[in-house]
Design a protein around this ligand. Structure first.
Ligand code: CP
Length: 322
């Protein structure tokens, strides 16, 4: 039977991963302690056998480069196999009208875990209630959450600062629609004395329910609408694209899409020598290519690599009893 407890409390085996709400600092510490080992497995020519005999379904109703490939790579690095269902609306019996419940039940019968991405908020949770015997991992549900992205983002910050408390960060772009921002705020709210400046056009600020629920958890959120208000020497900048696919009204998208563009000049004026530059990617009109050369830019370096290592650690804990 799978672990259906609402919080993990350090127990990953057979657990669904739906939200950062399930985590606490001890649980994150346990996960992060495995990441260096996973990095060395990935660098080794021989795959490990930690997931030998395990099959994981990647059921992606929305496009993905990083999440899909890093999960697939993670499973293969650990000796497991994948069933890859990209675009089920076209390439599975969903195209013939099969309902969501049946789809989940069918893949549940063929594998040891299902990793699901879906455009509707709450779908991973719904899948977890349907699948009684295998864990479900949320790879992004609409503009809800993206918990495994937050795990790798938190690890990337931890790798730099060796702590996750007492930090100041800037999250720019689309706080309203960015599921990666939602999960990362929840992750940082597990630790004391964190302050996050949310830089966006007014139209894209967090919805008030989310703002209130995050601040109740203890994280300090400061909403700013101009680059001039960026604090000097923050620990990290987390730049996100405006999420075109979430806009019903394309006129509004056109109005806000290029609001905050990260340039070397902005970095020179506001970042410190240790400020790390992150982006969950894809980059779409939000970071100038010249920024890539800056050694503080981690989005195509540590952040990307950590995606696979953290997912390896997570899967090894979920799919192995010991
Ligand atoms: N960061 C992220 O979720 O990227 P993909 O959409 O390419 O998976």
């Amino acid at each position: 039977m799978k672990n259906t407890k609402s919080t993990l409390s350090g127990k990953f085996y057979s657990a669904d991963i739906i939200s950062l709400d399930q985590f606490d600092p001890v649980t994150l510490k346990k996960l992060f302690s495995l990441v260096p080992k996973m990095a060395s497995i990935a660098k080794n020519a021989q795959p490990s056998k930690l997931l030998s005999g395990k099959i994981v379904t990647l059921l992606f109703y929305e496009p993905s480069s990083r999440t899909f490939a890093s999960f697939a790579g993670a499973i293969k690095q650990l000796g497991g196999e994948t069933i890859d269902i990209l675009n089920p609306l076209q390439f599975s019996s969903v195209s013939k009208g099969e309902n969501f419940e049946d789809t989940i039940r069918v893949f549940e019968a063929y594998c040891d875990a299902i990793i699901i991405r879906h455009p509707e908020i709450g779908t991973a949770k719904k899948a977890a209630l349907i699948a009684a015997s295998v864990p479900i991992i949320n790879a992004g549900d609409g503009n809800g959450e993206h918990p495994t992205q937050a795990l790798l983002d938190l690890y990337t910050i931890y790798e730099k600062y060796k702590k996750l408390d007492g930090l100041t960060g800037v999250m720019a772009g689309d706080p309203l629609n960015s599921r990666t921002i939602h999960s990362l705020i929840k992750g940082l709210s597990l630790y004391k004395n964190n302050t996050i400046y949310l830089l966006s056009p007014k139209e894209l600020r967090l919805n008030r329910d989310d703002f209130n629920s995050y601040t109740e958890k203890g994280v300090k959120l400061i909403e700013i609408y101009s680059e001039k208000e960026i604090p000097k020497n923050a620990n990290f900048w987390y730049w996100t694209r405006v999420q075109k696919e979430r806009f019903k009204d394309k006129k509004t998208y056109e109005k806000v899409k290029d609001s905050f563009y990260l340039t070397s000049n902005l970095i020179k004026n506001f970042a410190g020598k240790d400020t790390i530059l992150m982006d969950p990617l894809p980059r779409v009109g939000n970071i100038d290519m010249s920024v890539d050369q800056d050694p503080r830019a981690l989005y195509l370096r540590n952040q990307i690599r950590n995606g696979m290592y953290v997912r390896m650690a997570l899967l090894s804990l979920i799919l192995n009893k010991k």
